[in-house]
Design a protein around this ligand. Sequence first.
Ligand code: PLP
Length: 398
Amino acid sequence: MSARKDTGLGFSTRMSHHGRAGAKEHGFVNPPIHRGSTVLFPDCESRKNSAKQRYEQVLTYGTAGGPTHHMLEDMVAEIEGGTRALIVGTGLAACMVPLFAYLKAGDHCLVPDSVYGPVRNLADGLMKSFGIETTYYDPMVDEAGMAALIRPNTKVVYTESPGSHTFELQDIPAIASAARAAGAKVLMDNTWGFHTFQPFAHGVDVSIQALTKYAGGHSDVLLGSVTVNNPEDWQIVKGASSQLGQFASPDDCWLCLRGLRTLPVRLRQQAENGLQVARWLETQPEVLRLLHPALPSHPQHALFQRDFSGTCSLFGLVLQPRYSDADAETVVDALRLFGIGASWGGYESLALPTAPSISRTVTNPKDFGGPIIRLHIGLEDPEDLIADLTQALGRLPR
Ligand SMILES: *Cc1c(COP(=O)(O)O)cnc(C)c1O
């Protein structure tokens, strides 16, 4: 949780102190929200010069971002260990921008079978119609397996670890090593790992975040970010984002900055609550197993220990094989303290039967042994959540 960087300051300290550059003006703790489209210049020469400084944060026009965006960019780049972050309107936009930035007609893209569903829709939809071919791969592929999948026209290896809904971990350094040897860019959706997985230290070129999740933290904001680690990648990603007309509201950036101040303490508590609930679930007779990378029972726990410095509170629960997907719905419907809905990372607990959201073409969700329920554990007292799960599991046929 408190990985230290060159500054020597811990994670919580940095989340308190960074990204407040605009705050000093009037003595308030927090910076104001800067809204704006037109940026005025004293003369034509200074306007021309502003357009040339592309890697630095300069004000040119509202769509290129203002001071509120810049403060959030700094915070996200800091958390991810990259040099520069781009803020876009949603997590899905953050997935889309680098895909279109690095791929063109005739190129090939490798996407893990456990990818966030809407990215699969994009790959099978617009990307395909624009002449970009996608091959789905087993997320647990090793270096040699990845090398064998790469073709001469493979320009992007997309990764997401752990995978959406099924929580397979990916060996990112091994995959990145194969991709880099072939000159392909490694993109990673690092939403689950946010501050606990350092993408650039593991060979990733571009890191994607749905800031909608723990960063916003209160289920009231949609935002995404794309973080890079050098000026060349910045030019490519920023160029695509501009062409695609991407923008995020400064009000939402401000809300996200506010969320980040309490991120360390929220995540620490939610991770702990989540583990408490997961460990209890593991002992219940209705449960076959948990899909939680931080539990020693996860088949890739060693990889988790090698690469992650901590966990979050989103995981899966597999019911015994004698139960059906309809039984999983019975359990979810019976829960009183868990909301039924998409997204995660807020302060409130959520539950979803996974079957309707799952789409796989090279691996088999039946391999998990039974119906899966995805749980997001919030800041409620874990004893209350356990009591709620007890009564809900009690509704299952004996
Ligand atoms: C939620 C999510 C996204 C998309 O975020 P939105 O802001 O809802 O568009 C992308 N990737 C992962 C892993 C997610 O969980």
